[in-house]
Design a protein around this ligand. Structure first.
Ligand code: ASC
Length: 128
Protein backbone atom coordinates (compact mmCIF):
# COMPACT_ATOMS: atom_id res chain seq x y z
CA UNK A 1 0.00 0.00 0.00
CA UNK A 2 0.98 3.62 -0.45
CA UNK A 3 2.52 5.24 2.65
CA UNK A 4 1.14 8.71 1.91
CA UNK A 5 -1.57 10.14 -0.36
CA UNK A 6 1.18 11.95 -2.27
CA UNK A 7 2.78 8.60 -3.14
CA UNK A 8 -0.50 7.51 -4.73
CA UNK A 9 -0.69 10.80 -6.64
CA UNK A 10 2.88 10.33 -7.87
CA UNK A 11 2.16 6.75 -8.89
CA UNK A 12 -0.86 7.59 -11.03
CA UNK A 13 0.80 10.68 -12.51
CA UNK A 14 3.81 8.58 -13.51
CA UNK A 15 1.55 6.11 -15.29
CA UNK A 16 -0.38 8.91 -17.06
CA UNK A 17 2.90 10.51 -18.08
CA UNK A 18 4.06 7.28 -19.74
CA UNK A 19 0.65 6.79 -21.35
CA UNK A 20 0.75 10.34 -22.78
CA UNK A 21 4.27 9.84 -24.13
CA UNK A 22 3.40 6.60 -25.90
CA UNK A 23 -0.04 7.73 -27.09
CA UNK A 24 1.33 11.08 -28.23
CA UNK A 25 3.96 9.39 -30.38
CA UNK A 26 1.29 7.20 -31.95
CA UNK A 27 -0.74 10.31 -32.73
CA UNK A 28 2.27 11.97 -34.32
CA UNK A 29 2.69 8.95 -36.60
CA UNK A 30 -0.99 8.85 -37.57
CA UNK A 31 -1.05 12.58 -38.28
CA UNK A 32 2.08 12.34 -40.42
CA UNK A 33 4.10 14.52 -38.06
CA UNK A 34 6.72 11.80 -38.07
CA UNK A 35 7.36 8.72 -40.16
CA UNK A 36 4.90 5.90 -39.56
CA UNK A 37 6.62 2.76 -38.29
CA UNK A 38 4.19 -0.13 -37.85
CA UNK A 39 6.45 -2.00 -35.42
CA UNK A 40 7.05 0.99 -33.20
CA UNK A 41 3.37 1.88 -33.37
CA UNK A 42 2.37 -1.65 -32.28
CA UNK A 43 4.93 -1.59 -29.48
CA UNK A 44 3.54 1.73 -28.22
CA UNK A 45 0.00 0.39 -28.42
CA UNK A 46 1.10 -2.57 -26.27
CA UNK A 47 2.66 -0.13 -23.82
CA UNK A 48 -0.53 1.92 -23.55
CA UNK A 49 -2.66 -1.21 -23.09
CA UNK A 50 -0.43 -2.38 -20.23
CA UNK A 51 -0.07 1.09 -18.69
CA UNK A 52 -3.83 1.72 -18.85
CA UNK A 53 -4.24 -0.81 -16.04
CA UNK A 54 -2.04 1.12 -13.62
CA UNK A 55 -3.49 4.55 -12.76
CA UNK A 56 -6.71 3.42 -11.11
CA UNK A 57 -4.84 1.90 -8.18
CA UNK A 58 -3.42 5.34 -7.39
CA UNK A 59 -6.83 6.93 -6.92
CA UNK A 60 -7.01 6.04 -3.22
CA UNK A 61 -9.43 7.73 -0.84
CA UNK A 62 -8.07 11.05 0.42
CA UNK A 63 -5.74 11.62 -2.53
CA UNK A 64 -7.71 14.56 -3.93
CA UNK A 65 -5.46 17.00 -2.05
CA UNK A 66 -2.15 18.56 -2.94
CA UNK A 67 -0.37 18.58 -6.29
CA UNK A 68 -3.06 16.89 -8.35
CA UNK A 69 -5.46 17.78 -11.14
CA UNK A 70 -7.89 15.12 -9.96
CA UNK A 71 -11.28 16.52 -9.00
CA UNK A 72 -13.04 15.44 -5.79
CA UNK A 73 -15.91 14.27 -8.01
CA UNK A 74 -13.83 11.15 -8.75
CA UNK A 75 -14.44 9.92 -5.23
CA UNK A 76 -18.08 10.99 -5.03
CA UNK A 77 -18.81 9.23 -8.37
CA UNK A 78 -16.26 6.46 -7.98
CA UNK A 79 -18.31 3.75 -9.72
CA UNK A 80 -18.67 5.92 -12.83
CA UNK A 81 -14.99 6.84 -12.70
CA UNK A 82 -14.01 3.17 -12.44
CA UNK A 83 -16.29 2.40 -15.37
CA UNK A 84 -14.73 5.09 -17.54
CA UNK A 85 -11.27 3.81 -16.65
CA UNK A 86 -12.38 0.31 -17.65
CA UNK A 87 -13.66 1.65 -21.00
CA UNK A 88 -10.25 3.22 -21.57
CA UNK A 89 -8.53 -0.10 -20.74
CA UNK A 90 -10.84 -1.98 -23.11
CA UNK A 91 -10.26 0.50 -25.93
CA UNK A 92 -6.50 0.41 -25.37
CA UNK A 93 -6.56 -3.41 -25.51
CA UNK A 94 -8.47 -3.28 -28.81
CA UNK A 95 -5.98 -0.74 -30.16
CA UNK A 96 -3.07 -3.04 -29.27
CA UNK A 97 -4.73 -5.98 -31.01
CA UNK A 98 -5.60 -3.98 -34.11
CA UNK A 99 -2.12 -2.42 -34.23
CA UNK A 100 -0.50 -5.86 -34.24
CA UNK A 101 -2.50 -6.70 -37.37
CA UNK A 102 -1.62 -3.54 -39.27
CA UNK A 103 -4.84 -2.39 -40.97
CA UNK A 104 -4.43 1.37 -41.01
CA UNK A 105 -8.15 2.12 -41.21
CA UNK A 106 -8.91 -0.09 -38.20
CA UNK A 107 -5.94 1.40 -36.37
CA UNK A 108 -7.20 4.94 -36.88
CA UNK A 109 -10.65 3.97 -35.65
CA UNK A 110 -9.28 2.22 -32.55
CA UNK A 111 -6.89 5.10 -31.87
CA UNK A 112 -9.79 7.56 -32.09
CA UNK A 113 -11.89 5.51 -29.68
CA UNK A 114 -9.04 5.32 -27.21
CA UNK A 115 -8.45 9.08 -27.41
CA UNK A 116 -12.16 9.65 -26.81
CA UNK A 117 -11.99 7.60 -23.65
CA UNK A 118 -9.04 9.72 -22.44
CA UNK A 119 -10.96 12.91 -23.12
CA UNK A 120 -14.27 11.57 -21.83
CA UNK A 121 -12.75 11.15 -18.41
CA UNK A 122 -10.64 14.33 -18.43
CA UNK A 123 -13.72 16.44 -19.30
CA UNK A 124 -15.48 15.33 -16.14
CA UNK A 125 -12.80 14.41 -13.63
CA UNK A 126 -9.71 16.52 -14.39
CA UNK A 127 -9.06 20.17 -13.54
CA UNK A 128 -8.53 22.31 -16.62
C1 ASC B 1 -3.31 12.67 -25.78
C2 ASC B 1 -3.32 13.20 -24.45
C3 ASC B 1 -4.60 13.18 -24.01
C4 ASC B 1 -5.46 12.56 -25.03
C5 ASC B 1 -6.64 13.38 -25.41
C6 ASC B 1 -7.40 12.69 -26.52
O1 ASC B 1 -2.34 12.50 -26.49
O2 ASC B 1 -2.28 13.64 -23.77
O3 ASC B 1 -5.02 13.59 -22.85
O4 ASC B 1 -4.60 12.32 -26.15
O5 ASC B 1 -6.25 14.64 -25.83
O6 ASC B 1 -8.50 13.44 -26.89
Amino acid sequence: NFKEAEDAVHYRQSAFSMIAYNFGDMGAMLKGKKEYNAEVFAMRAENVAALSKLPLEGFIAGSDKGDTEALAKIWSDKADFDNKMKTFQDNAAILATVASKGDKKEIKKAFGNTGKSCKGCHDVYKKD
